[in-house]
Write a protein that binds this ligand. Sequence first.
Ligand code: PLP
Length: 344
Amino acid sequence: MNISAPRRLALAHTPTPFRALERLSAHIGGPRIWLKSDDYTGAVISGNKIRKLEFLMAEAQSQNAGVILTCGGLQSNHCRATAAVSAQLGLRCHLLLRGPAELSEQSIPFNANELFDQGFDGNLLLDNLCGAKISIFSPKHYSQRLEDIFRETQQAYYAEKKASYCIPTGGSNAMGLWGYISAAEEIEKDLMRENISSAAIICASGSGGTQGGLSLGMHLLNNAHSVTGFAVCDSAHYFKHKIEEDVREWQQRFAPSTDFAKTLNISTNDGYIGPGYALGYPELFDCIRTVAQLEGVILDPVYTGKAFYGMLEEISRGAYDGFDDVVFVHTGGIFGLFPYKTDF
Ligand SMILES: *Cc1c(COP(=O)(O)O)cnc(C)c1O
């Protein structure tokens, strides 16, 4: 099978470290837990999104886009990485953000400076420092009109004779999948170096591109590793549908003679979301503290903390008894920790 990857920019610092969490593994008993540190892909660009952006930004450049449009929550790691990398490449970045629940319909679009006293911290602060233009919408307006908002914003730039390139939530689409298809090759090399032929690979799932790319990448490599995404927002059913859709689009663009969307095993655990997206619970904050104290690894309450807590719970229930090795993909998110300081 000859599927060639599209052009990419070298933006992420890869290969990222791969190491065993010895103290934590001994602490919980059970399989050995390995850490694939994609929080080491860079400083300001830290995390999983930059792997997708290597491909997405290359496509934006090939289309001569001067403006990058993308969207996410107020503390979106994806938006922060996009803002930083746009600055690095000399492109304008415009972020369309879902504001806090209190935001009234009348104040749309909202001026980011007014958010200084409520949540102008973490990723949002970095977005602003990197020079991104920020438009904030009420949650209702955002969820009902996101497609229209993209289209209207793109038209406004077009009227100024500026070409813009749109990146969907989390950079998860056919092009974005390449980020973790190529990361799967990197993880395969890490595992081979450690003589591991069958591992359970675990990541947090928000928009599905990481889980989808890893699942498809491992499938293409034809190995015995399993991939499970721990959902932080939507249901397992949602992720199955979303990933199948992205993979189908990927096939159409990059591998038209294949049919993976049907045979791909998409495994999602949606049991550890808690009260909802970006909402924490006591066991989660305890887990983040334990991992920090045993290993010096910092997880965040929105993504990696929930997935890691879920992984430890599932290990203690015996769900991974068939594996000697479990790999946790640390997808970053450190800046999203700071707005939660009072919960610790
Ligand atoms: C976006 C994000 C995820 C989820 O990745 P998806 O590809 O959107 O599913 C996980 N962890 C962190 C820290 C993230 O920012």
